[in-house]
Design a protein. Sequence first.
Length: 218
Amino acid sequence: MLMPSRNLEGKAIEIGKLVCVGRNYVAHAKELNNEVPTQPVLFLKPASSIIGPGDAIIKPEGIGSVHHEVELGVVIGKRTKAVNEDEAMDSVEGYVLLLDMTARDVQLKAKEKGLPWSVAKGYDTFCPLSDMVTKEAIPDPYDVSLWLKVNGETRQDSNTSLMIFKLPTLISYISNIMTLEPGDIIATGTPAGVGPVEKGDYITSSLVGIIEMENPVQ
């Protein structure tokens, strides 16, 4: 299988692993009745879950509720191991808009049993991903508005200023656990407002003024 890639200033960048941060917005943690974390909560999504702008999100049969989660993604540009927070942003190549689609019923059952979330997060098509923009396109990643609409109705509307753990903390923390390679993406968590989508729905998402993406649900 060929690894997915995304364009950055006309250059194709091969995507590696997707390291996702859970519960990185207080209001989202509370809306799902989770404790607000004191250190980053991490999980992985497979590269095979990635689709592009305009591609269809496929809701698998028999898995119950599928929720949308809009996020700012950080693209790693160089090999990064055990970096400190002061130097962490030197590892950033650019940014993407992504959706962390989640089989919520599957995830809740796994949480009840103390099991991993891999199945809930890892279905094919469960990571719509935009093309990349350069680091310079977002000079202040802690003040980016992001929203998501379903069939034109706003579901999520927030700002990255509300993140619990900022990008240098996340990059340093993750790189002290696993080496980050060029093309790896860190999904920085979703704000409040997550909810279900059904076949026939149409999702529009945005990093306001920077990227907009549309994906149907089938």
